[in-house]
Design a protein around this ligand. Sequence first.
Ligand code: ADP
Length: 426
Amino acid sequence: MRLLLGCIADDFTGATDLANNLVRAGMRVVQTIGVPAAPPAAEVDAIVVALKSRTIAPAEAIAQSLAALKWLRDRGAQQIYFKYCSTFDSTPEGNIGPVTEALMDALGTGFTIATPAFPDNHRTVFKGYLFAGDVLLNESGMQKHPLTPMTDANLVRVMQAQTKRKVGLVDYRVVARGADAIRERFEQLRADGVGVAIVDAVSNEDLVRLGPALKDMPLVTAGSGVAIGLPANFGLAPSSTASALPPAPGLQAVVSGSCSLATNRQVKHFIDTSRRPALALDPLRIADQGAEAVAKQALDWARPLLKDGPVLVYSTAESDAVKAVQGRLGVDEAGSLVEHCVAAIARGLVADLGVRQLVVAGGETSGACVQALGIAQMQIGAQIDPGVPWCHAKAAAAGDAGLRIALKSGNFGTDDFFTKAFTAQD
Ligand code: ADP
């Protein structure tokens, strides 16, 4: 197998977001959790290695990214894509700049781009300034982010503070003139000693114009938006075969550990309209009786119900209730107790009760469930809602046919997501 595109993502849900865009543009994609020990689980065009390197120490982020690069190059990857968040989440020390630099050195290339633009998701870059919706990044709430506060929307400045290489700009007027003009501008910047070019993009058309100019560039660094213009460089076009997944016949369930507004609406919608059973988990009871005991009770509840259709098990609650629990248990303790319990339920549903189509709500919750299920790689299928595809995964708990799993972080998905997911399968 000759891998076309090798991707390194700095977090898990961001990796899925990128994989989803590549599938929609015609590539067959597998996402791996960390640097894999085994070869890819399916014949693919692109592999996205999901790291958790966004906020760790720069030296460790570099080491992990270089290990991923080596694994991807050993599989013949023709182009490397370093994926970060569309809000350019980073600290003054990194890790976007240092990782970009290390990948450039390892690939022996002196020039790359950097653009988090993703107009479909309301992230646009104009004259080097990143907008989230209608406001500058540093007015979007991101200036108060607990781990990666973004206080400057000017990406040329932000990137320059993180790298020794000179940073330049390809502005929207050049991008509007198409791939040849962009290539010309790249040459000009390169001649001026620029190593990293921030690229403006205010629409999907801009990203599609940018795509051909990236052909043969050894390293691309970007959010997930730029991915829509790359598969065409390899002669690939959108097709339903790219998103075809192996079947996974079996029972259906939803577990939710997300307390985001959208998830609260989705839980309510499922309870009000699906006429299927739903079980609420009480974090104080989990603290009192232990995660495994509460998980066992939930599985005993689900066992007789699953044969008639999907069930929902949720810890989802509104913010006042969450704050009250956090006040009693502490934020971290409450989070990890609930995650542990939901993950144990997910594992039991699959390993003991025969669930083979599982929807998980919550970013951190998804990480815990994937780990509990022993999933190392996922093949990416068609999206249920923007950014949330069905995936197919092998897991010891699921037997030879594997399982289908959809990982929905926080505010993704329409209100009917939990019912729609099961009807939206091919
Ligand atoms: P999202 O993607 O919506 O942010 P996450 O799963 O990433 O969801 O985060 C939700 C966090 O809240 C998890 O750590 C989860 O264990 C915790 N949690 C879930 N339900 C409750 C609850 N009822 N009370 C307190 N914490 C909760």
